[in-house]
Design a protein around this ligand. Sequence first.
Ligand SMILES: *Cc1c(COP(=O)(O)O)cnc(C)c1O
Length: 363
Amino acid sequence: MSNKNIMLTPGPTPLPPQVLEAMSRPLIHHRTEEFGGMFAGVIEDMKWVYRTKGEVLMMTCSGTGAMESAVANLLSPGDKTLVCTTGAFGDRFVAIHKAFGLQPVVLPFDWGRAVDPEVLRRALRANSGLKAVFFQHTDTSTGIVNRLETLAKIVREESGALVVVDSVSGLACERLETDAWGLDAVVTGSQKGLMNAPGLGFVALSERAWKAAQTATLPRYNFDYRIMKKSLADRETPWTPAISVVAGQAAALKLLRAEGMEAVWKRHDELAAYARKLLSAKLGLPFYAKDPANILTGIVLPEGVDGNKLLANILKEEGISIAGGQLHLKGKICRVAHMAYISKSDVEAGVEALAARLAKAKV
Ligand SMILES: *Cc1c(COP(=O)(O)O)cnc(C)c1O
């Protein structure tokens, strides 16, 4: 059947032609002036996206690698931490802690809900001596957004803990002000709001986080921020980076620069509103998230509809990729993304495909 190849997934997201072109250029060596210039440009542009004057480091890995790097670089054995979980990605921070022998205090919130500021405040009062508090900016498994400005302020008021944020799916989609909000470490990946192929991780570090990274004692090597920072002074990465993906990132960042961050956030506000209006009109099914983000809309499928089969058939027959639910939500919800390079017409095609099948109860 037709293959439109439309990605309505919350990562990876579709790529602009300029990014595809940049990635298809002949490979250059990474210990060259040419690569150095491109890499330094990416770091500068990433500081602009992060809204920080602090340190930004780049690594070759998926978003999970960047999450792991924050744990490994900021913490020491026995450190007390608090992990706020709002879905599958908060659980991943917990799993990473455990892999490093740490036992975090876990503050779970119902799926579909954001972190409740007053519940956070009580947890901070009940747990003294915390080294760091972990949040998702947006939790992609449920489609919620956390109000980081408020949450970070509460952490500052109640403790001396570092504020560590997973903004893998939030950065360059939802407003984020690293410096102004007092975020200490913000990790991200290349394949979501940054409109690039998978393969790069980034972290923005405050002065406090950088200090912590210098003295922390958990084991680390590939992800050692100290080694990365040393190479950065020579406009190099310590190890061979995903060179073509760096070229793609430079091209994508150029597009973001041309648009401007305020305009990027506004575009996401508008596309999210448009997608929800369309979904309500054409599907009339309940939305999953109570504190919805602009990146995606989770839709609760009717009882008896096999979500896995529905989405697999839409992909096979119409070439439209829509994400299903994760973990206990598998088959029960679908997640229509409206972020990064996804367009209005992509969203329309996806909603149309869902509506046509659900109306006929033809899955
Ligand atoms: C995608 C994502 C990650 C990381 O996923 P990878 O598959 O490792 O790139 C982490 N956190 C959130 C919120 C994400 O959406």
